[in-house]
Design a protein. Sequence first.
Length: 374
Amino acid sequence: MKNHLKFSGGTLLAIGLLISACQGKKTETVVNEADSVAQDSVAKKELPKPINEPLVTHMYTADPSAHVFNGKIYIYPSHDIESNVPQDDEGGHFDMKDYHVLSMDSIGGKVTDHGVALDIKDVPWAGRQMWAPDAAFKNGKYYLYFPVKDKKDVFHIGVATSASPTGPFKAEPNFIKGSYSIDPAVFTDTDGKSYMYFGGIWGGQLQRWSDGKYDSTGSKTDLKKDSLPAISPRVALMSKDMLSFAGPVKDVKILDPEGKPLLGGDHDRRFFEASWVHKYNGKYYFSYSTGDTHFIAYAIGDSPYGPFTYKGVILNPVVGWTNHHSIVEINGKWYLFYHDSVFSEDKTHLRTIKVTELKYNPDDTIQPIDAYHK
Ligand code: FUB
């Protein structure tokens, strides 16, 4: 991958931070414009003008899972890096090796990077590629959920715990039994029960899993069967200690407005990756990326298990191939956290996270967002 960045002068500080991060030191840093990884970059490509600036630019971040814990905003993103793994069809160039936690007191306020919260070398079963994480709080403990390939190159979902929302997190010795694929999102309902949603097709390997068994050829759930129901994301009830599944892994059904399952060929609406669930006015909103058509779409249901009925688009395609988000209520307003690749001039694997307000219509549908000025 050609590197368009040219480092000098003020960027050295950012490089220092990145080196600390790579060495696994947990340093807390209030970050600002001067720390930018790309402030000395050469002339930018012609890209659409974003409505929001990145939350941080001292490192690349993606897949932001935002939560409010004890009145403070915490963001659990992927930490994108340039590791020079060549681009391939399975996303080998998304070769992330650790997680940082970011925090803010309020939207628009200063952002603190709390340093390395979990490093791949401290996950006994991990092979490569730490992808989109999520976090949860229960029983006085914080839980970091993360997908990573095992040593045989099969994605599973791990869990790590900490007494602090910013870590450091200690990984459990093995991945969550029965977990597979990518993009965990943990939703805790008002009755205290927690559920993990997960899965991602293509590089996320969901198409290789059928009846809980792995088939490396993926032949049982061929992506090309356009006239059959699309591959479903998965959901499982979490155990009380949040370290395992307490029930079977179930398919999350996404239906069209006529009550029929969305089909594999319906690329504009069918699930690809990046599950998220939030509750609004007593209804469950399941949102996700449509992958190769690049929308964040959503569907509404009456139960955390679904079925969910497709309602529309939350976020139009962003610069960069991937689209991934979270939705959270903060002081009575709702926000969409998302990412794009404008800052790296459209390098798909070098993204920055952003936030924007999300608004509902009077009928509880969501107003679609375009991340760029017209
Ligand atoms: O960040 C790696 C992968 O890209 C995520 O797991 C997907 O959701 C996509 O954003």
